[in-house]
Design a protein around this ligand. Structure first.
Ligand SMILES: [Zn+2]
Length: 500
């Protein structure tokens, strides 16, 4: 057997093991005795048509960077009926005095994966916890002030079930927009199709197939279309992969637009960034990390009106010391590796089921040893050099785009190892430590995201007529974005769903 055949066989063993377990995982939910109890919906009976007055609150206006105090917000049914500028409020059936606390719009996680578990393992305890972890991911979003998520790829059955249960009030969770993937045969992301079927990712062989595949994805309930311009695998080993041609990407964009759907494109290179620009893509996911963008790239991006979602947590989660990494000694990399060491246990306590927490700590311990990467493992092994480059070059590109006035959104890619969909305060803290001001970061996770997902007429800021997705914080997020971790109450579509 040649070396190459041997490599292929090992990869086949790994894929088969993962596929087998991933098929089992969705069927294993709730069978686990040690599962955390579901977060109970609050008993908050308000008759249809009645009004709730939130008085004496500091309203954070994310569009004008100001705080209105004393502020008052009147809710009726799902929406904000009146807000502050008015003094002649009609009488409310219920008044809550918020004693000077801060009101911000519900956060939007523009990029996450509710049905990925936040760790990787093939053990039984881990698999039994998977289904409950998916539901917990949704609950933790709501508990942490995230009222809308774009699910970038996940198990369609579980996502549809959760959407239904959240809508009927049976479980707590955010508004979920679900993406369905379209990808060129053999390209990055299609491995997932083996797990979730065509309702998760659909393959195309040529431009001629785009039209039908996009319509089928829309029929299957896609809220948006996801695709990928990923030129190599992100896991060791990292062979080259086929990528959509310009013509194919343009066709996807045009077909999706006919259905009124945004196309969100995973890209991590300047080449991918430019291909997106040529195709008129409006939602760029992640950040180029192979080289710095030129002034022409940045100008063209701003002019295109597109949005970009930096997902800084990915570099935080997956950077590890590796022998021969040119970025190993970069201060940004050392800082995130230290920060993760200090924070990971708390993040896991806050967001993970017990066996997922244990697995993640075990994964973390293995990946922290540089020698681990020198050997083949059954566990999927990320290539740290990809992610340390994202921490250095990706961050520089982000700062250039922000300075140029680009539309920058916010999402954390929660669901990947060591990262959870509800952990937006972590993402936003990373952005703050990279040097962005809290007001910019808060705008990115609210109104900017709402624009990127084309919902800014309904969500993303606290304005008359918008949906009443409101988060009450104990302290000022504009003084320190990490105050987003101090959530006291969450209103979702006018109903109080969570309160400390
Ligand atoms: Zn992702």
């Amino acid at each position: 057997m040649t070396n190459r055949q041997f490599m292929k066989r090992r990869e086949f063993i790994k894929s088969s093991a993962w596929l087998g377990t991933a098929f089992l995982a969705p069927f294993t939910s709730l069978g686990c005795a040690s599962a955390s109890p579901p977060l109970q919906p609050l008993d908050f009976p308000v008759a249809p048509g009645s009004r709730i007055l939130l008085k004496n609150v500091r309203i954070v206006d994310v569009e004008d960077d100001r705080i209105i105090f004393p502020g008052h917000i009147l809710l009726r049914d799902q929406a904000i009926e009146q807000i502050s500028e008015y003094s002649d409020f009609p009488p409310a059936e219920l008044t809550l005095d918020l004693q000077g606390k801060y009101a911000i719009p519900g956060l939007i996680n523009g990029h996450c994966h509710l049905t990925l578990p936040g760790a990787a393992d093939l053990g039984l305890g881990f698999l039994l916890a998977w289904g409950r972890q998916c539901e917990r991911n949704a609950e933790e979003c709501l508990r942490h002030g995230v009222t809308t998520v774009r699910d970038m790829l996940g198990f369609p059955g579980k996502l549809e079930e959760m959407k239904k249960n959240i809508a009927s009030g049976k479980m707590l969770g955010p508004r979920i927009l679900r993406g369905i993937g379209i990808q060129v045969r053999g390209g990055y992301g299609l491995d997932f199709a083996l797990l979730g079927g065509e309702k998760m990712v659909r393959a195309i062989r040529s431009v001629a197939e785009v039209k039908e595949q996009v319509s089928r994805a829309c029929e299957d309930g896609a809220d948006f279309i996801k695709t990928f311009l990923q030129y190599t695998k992100l896991w060791i080993p990292t062979p080259a992969l086929p990528v959509l041609s310009d013509a194919e990407l343009i066709a996807i964009q045009q077909e999706a637009e006919k259905h009124g759907k945004v196309v969100a494109v995973h890209h991590t290179s300047v080449e991918g960034f430019r291909k997106n620009l040529r195709a008129g893509i409006q939602s760029f996911e992640h950040m180029p990390r192979d080289q710095e963008l030129t002034d022409t790239d940045v100008e063209a991006f701003v002019k295109s009106g597109a949005g970009i979602n930096p997902t800084a947590s990915v570099a935080w989660a997956l950077s590890f010391p590796r022998n021969g990494d040119p970025y190993a000694d970069a201060p940004e990399v050392k800082q995130i590796i230290e920060d993760k060491k200090a924070r990971l246990p708390k993040i896991l306590d806050e967001f993970a089921e017990e066996s997922i927490r244990k697995t993640a700590l075990e994964n973390y311990r293995k990946l922290s040893d540089p020698d681990y990467f020198e050997h083949w493992h059954l566990m999927i092994t990320p290539e740290p050099k990809i992610f340390t480059a994202a921490a250095v070059i990706g961050s520089r590109n982000l700062h250039r785009l922000v300075r140029a006035g680009a539309l920058v959104g916010c999402g954390n890619d929660g669901g990947i190892p060591f990262d959870f969909p509800g952990a937006m305060a972590l993402e936003m803290g990373i952005l703050q430590r990279s040097g962005l001001p809290p007001k910019d970061i808060l705008r990115m996770a609210t109104i900017n995201n709402a624009k990127i997902i084309r919902m800014s007429d309904r969500i993303g800021s606290l304005k008359k007529g918008k949906l009443a997705d409101i988060v009450i914080l104990a302290e000022n997020p504009l003084a320190d974005i990490e105050n987003l971790g101090k959530v006291e109450k969450v209103f979702f579509e006018g109903k109080l769903k969570y309160s400390t």
